[in-house]
Design a protein around this ligand. Sequence first.
Ligand SMILES: [Zn+2]
Length: 163
Amino acid sequence: MKWINHQIVTGFIVCTVTDDALFTASSIVGAVVPDRVEGSPPKESSAYWKWRKRHRTWSHYPPIYLALIAAAQFAKNFYADPTVDFALNLLTYALVGALLHIAEDALCGKVPVFTPHGKHGLKLFKVGTWREYFFAALIIAICLFVRFGNIDSLIKLISEVVP
Ligand SMILES: [Zn+2]
């Protein structure tokens, strides 16, 4: 998935769940972290294949991000300060953004799940294709419906369209 779609899909999901602008912004920053920590692919061939071998291994390994979230939440026990508490929550949502990135990657390729090198995933679409944009639009539509829609208005809409 392209970075912009990672950011849009992640932002919509976190905004829908938290209804908080700063947590949403934080998750959008985190949404590109798993790719950012890998650095950009080198141009030179042998360096490229070395990079490629490491691609989507440790950087996309969910237990690391889960452990960091647990550590951030655990650290809150030692600070009564609301500013520190808030900062740790921002960090947590950045890490949630990284986890959503990995989940989104799993829909268009393979990511590690149980071990850093054992990759699993569905291949619902190729990166950059219309299917990717359709998928992103679908997630946005679902989020908007969850946020603003209700069953009565959906039934009314369907009854207007279907005679
Ligand atoms: Zn990725």
